[in-house]
Every structure is written in structure tokens, then in C-alpha cells.
Ligand binder design. Sequence first.
Ligand code: NAP
Length: 273
Amino acid sequence: MKILVTGAKGMLGQDLCPILEDSGFDVIETDIDSMDITDIKSVENTIKQNNPDCIIHCAAYTNVDKAEEEQEIAFKINAKGTKNIAEISKKLNITVIYISTDYVFDGKKEGNYIPSDKPNPINIYGKSKLDGEKEIEKCEKYYVIRTSWLYGHHGKNFVETMLSLKDKEEIKVVDDQRGCPTWTVELSNAINNIIENELPYGIYHICGSGNTTWYDFAKKIFELSNLKVNLKPCSSNEYKTKAKRPANSTMENNKSCRSWESALKEYLELRCE
Ligand SMILES: NC(=O)c1ccc[n+]([C@@H]2O[C@H](COP(=O)([O-])OP(=O)(O)OC[C@H]3O[C@@H](n4cnc5c(N)ncnc54)[C@H](OP(=O)(O)O)[C@@H]3O)[C@@H](O)[C@H]2O)c1
């Protein structure tokens, strides 16, 4: 089976591609230099040339705060770019897997979000990703995979940011937003499982099991790294960001990934090797 991956040079793509290859899939890696998803001709030519059975669409505009200022670019990549992928996939009868986000939700629900919950994004990034979901849902053979709080060895992420701050006098982290930290390797294995087992098309939530606040996530990172730091909780009001974030974006994951603490422990151990 031939799988074309968009955004293959991104944080998720770099873990996903080798995992798919290890499973025996023929993987075609693309990124903006080889296929700009906002250019319909580039998308059509690349897909026709490679003739994949499945496309895993990881490419995205992912800077949540900057998206508030660069709305046009965020929508061009996340909505229009995804529309291009969806249209060609539909035309050529290719299965498409779209990686989406917990930030399609407004965070007002008490308890875990399930795939049938109504999205209502409160920031530009979430709105642009939801527009992407709607385009993908026009395909016949599609999966929308919502994930959250991603970290991996090949990109900028919260775990690495926290570790880079270890020598600061004081580190303040918000304790009024809850979510599910997810290691890119765990997500990649779950995507691989969906394809291998030909699970039914539709929307899936794939994230670390359990949930936490950014503050407790940071606390765990330092604890597992044996680092003593002066970590202080603060509120979202105190730590202002350009983009609003949902207070609760925890998702029911149907045991698709192990506990976020266990995955984090392995991530940190591998980081030290
Ligand atoms: N990171 C998270 O916490 C998180 C949480 C939930 C969901 N997600 C979703 O998970 C997916 C993977 O995220 P990630 O963290 O791996 O993102 P990432 O590291 O930012 O990777 C995205 C990749 O897409 C590429 N790209 C950007 N514009 C493109 C275009 N016009 N054409 C082709 N490629 C383009 C980027 O290239 P450049 O680097 O050159 O721009 C980058 O290589 C995304 O769909 C994201 O929305 C992420």
C-alpha cells in the first residue's frame, strides 16, 4: 500500500513516516518544498505522479498565537490547502486522513469531548482547522483525527520549552487549562493501527490517556528529569497570550494511547540517550 504524507518534515511527520515504513508501507514524503498544499496544480501533479492509496495530511499552519495576526495565511494553509487535498483525493478515490486538533472545541464542556460533540472554536487556528475538517468530510473515504498538546523529538513543543527554562529564577505556568498531552510516536502508532486494521471511516480522538493542566504537565516534566526548579502556577488572565485557549479540551480517546505520564517518561528517557 502506498501512502503519501504531507508535512513530512514537521514534528509529527518525522516520527510518522519511519513508523509507517517499518509496517511495510511504501511512504512518499512531501512538504512545502516538494508539494505546496495551497497550490492546486502542485497538489494535483504530485498526487497523480505518485498515485497513492492513502494520503495522511499533516501539513498545517501550527502557530496558534501568530495565527491571530496572520489570519489570511492560517486559513490559506489550513482551510484552502486542505480543500485542495480533499478535492483531489475525492476525484481520484484516495483515502484521506486529516490531522486535526482539540482546539476545534470551546472548552466549556465538563468532562471529555467525544467525536460527536459540536465544535465551536475560540481562536483563529481552531477555526481554520475546523474549516479543514469540513472540506475533508466531503470525501467518501476519510478519517479526521483530532489530537492535542503534541510533543516530539523533531519540533518545537511545550516539553522542550520547559526544559530550556530550567535555569530561570522562576517559571510561571497556567493551571486553568486542561488537556491531554500526546507524544507524536504514540499518535503515529495509532494512525498506523487505523490503516492496518481498516477501521471504519469517521472522526477519531487520539491523545494521551488521562489529562492534566499545563502546570501539572510542567511539574511532571521536571520531576521525571530530576530537575529542581521554582515552578509557580498562574491563571490564563495573568499569563496573557494572543490566542484564547479552551479551558477544557480533554478528549475521550478509547484507549488509543497509553497514559500521558508513561509516554512522557519514555520520551524523556530517549531524549537523554
Ligand atoms: N503541535 C500540536 O500541539 C498539535 C496539536 C493538535 C493538532 N496538531 C496538528 O497535527 C499536525 C502536525 O503538527 P506538527 O506539530 O507536526 O506541525 P509542524 O511541525 O508545524 O509541521 C507542519 C509541516 O507542514 C509544513 N507546511 C506548512 N505550510 C505548508 C504548505 N503550504 N504546503 C506543504 N507543507 C506545509 C510545515 O513546513 P514549514 O515548517 O516550512 O512551515 C511543516 O513541515 C498539524 O495538522 C497540526 O494542526 C498539532
